[in-house]
Design a protein around this ligand. Structure first.
Ligand SMILES: *Cc1c(COP(=O)(O)O)cnc(C)c1O
Length: 387
């Protein structure tokens, strides 16, 4: 098969030459002509129960299926090494789809490993979708399983403190219960969780996959069996990705490997320099040996990525720094072409329970494609000018 970088450029682009085009078409049709009531009805039935349209069959209605979205899904499936992928309007819509798909298997209990993205933590802790969650460390997962446990959820590297979880080990501890990994931070360039026997890989495509901060989406790479459940849920809850962002997110996949590697090279330089700065406390970056006690960088992950966090001496200092950056942007989100800084305890992880919230003297940085020397200069002037 093709190498990963080649797949990133070509996956999801099948049949373009036959259509007489070179770029992926954006198909905006909300509805599709029906050849007859009978055939339209069959196609509708097929998709409402989680199937995809057969060759030549009507696609009926955009909430069920869309060719531009399907091309993005094919691209993600190829990169994650998954049989299928199912795309949603946002990462949180994808997570909601996963939780409702779990409920459709008759199970209602989730075991989740903290830390997690603030929104994920919130939907699980609040039980807003009617699920029940036990939070556990990786070592506590087996003990937290119940007969009604339908899913184990984990994020690695985790948001915001970049903790790493050994996936092969976690799958063992889950003892046959399906595992969902949020792979947003690593991307398939650095880590392909399906190799370790996990059931579902989720992305906030809004982040690295799109990579330019201008399109939202979520996607789950998985088996054919889970894909059917996810599409059934998506068809009735209406969380499908729409064609414009699907086009942008798919375009992002082509440059994903080079962006991730370049951002990672820059992040490594910034992390090393921050670690040596007198006003910076702990630096959280998987490329620093003390942040990777299990030795997962170089084995489970091919590299440490481009997200990092660091502590300063006080919460007050941490809160002043984002207001003092000039080149960087003080904003949530991550994984795009430009460098962003934010205060997790005050923003992305605001809804997280006090005992699980990141501490208030921590800042998170998503390193972009700028010259690392410029990124570092700006960070250092912001840290020093607000001390
Ligand atoms: C942003 C994010 C999400 C949620 O994705 P949205 O596209 O914002 O809905 C989920 N997990 C992680 C790790 C994220 O960073």
């Amino acid at each position: 098969m093709s190498t990963f970088d080649t797949l990133a450029v070509h996956a999801g682009r099948d049949g373009l030459t036959e259509q007489g085009v070179h770029a992926v078409p954006i198909d905006l049709s909300t509805t599709a002509p029906l050849p007859s009531v009978h055939e339209g009805g069959l196609a509708y039935e097929q998709m409402a129960t989680g199937g995809v349209p057969l060759e030549g069959q009507s696609t009926v209605y955009q909430r069920l299926w869309n060719p531009t979205v399907a091309r993005f899904e094919a691209g993600v499936a190829a990169l994650e090494g998954a049989p299928e992928a199912v795309a949603f309007a946002t990462g949180m819509a994808a997570l909601s789809g996963v939780l409702l798909a779990m409920k459709s298997t008759g199970k209602n209990h989730v075991v989740a490993v903290r830390p997690l993205y603030g929104g994920t933590d919130h939907v699980l802790a609040s039980g807003l979708l009617g699920t029940e969650t036990t939070f556990a460390t990786p070592a506590e997962v087996r003990g937290a399983l119940r007969p009604d446990t339908g899913l184990v959820i984990v994020e690695t590297p985790a948001n915001p403190s970049l903790e790493l979880v050994d996936l092969a080990r976690l799958v063992e501890e889950a003892d046959g219960v399906p595992v969902m990994v949020d792979n947003t931070f690593a991307t398939p360039v650095l880590q392909r969780p399906l190799k370790y026997g996990v059931a579902m890989v989720l992305h906030s495509a809004t982040k690295f996959l799109g990579g330019h901060g201008d399109a939202m989406g979520g996607v789950v790479a998985t088996s054919a069996e889970w894909a059917v459940r996810l599409r059934s849920v998506r068809a009735v809850t209406g969380g499908i990705l729409t064609p414009w962002p699907a086009y942008l997110l798919h375009r992002g996949l082509a440059t994903l490997p080079i962006r991730v590697r370049a951002q990672q090279d820059a992040a490594h330089k910034v992390a090393m320099a921050l670690a040596g700065h007198e006003l910076v406390g702990k630096v959280y970056y998987p490329g620093l040996p003390e942040c990777d006690p299990l030795g997962l960088v170089g084995t489970q992950m091919s590299g440490p990525g481009s997200l990092m966090a660091f502590d300063v001496e006080s919460a007050e200092h941490a809160e002043r720094i984002p207001g003092a950056v000039r080149l960087l942007t003080h904003a949530v989100s991550l994984g795009g072409i430009d460098t962003l800084i934010q205060h997790p305890a005050g923003l992305t992880h605001r809804p997280v329970a006090a005992d699980a919230k990141p501490h208030a003297q921590m800042l998170r940085v998503s390193i972009g494609l700028e010259d690392p020397a410029d990124i570092l200069d700006d960070l250092v002037q912001a840290i020093e000018s607000t001390r």
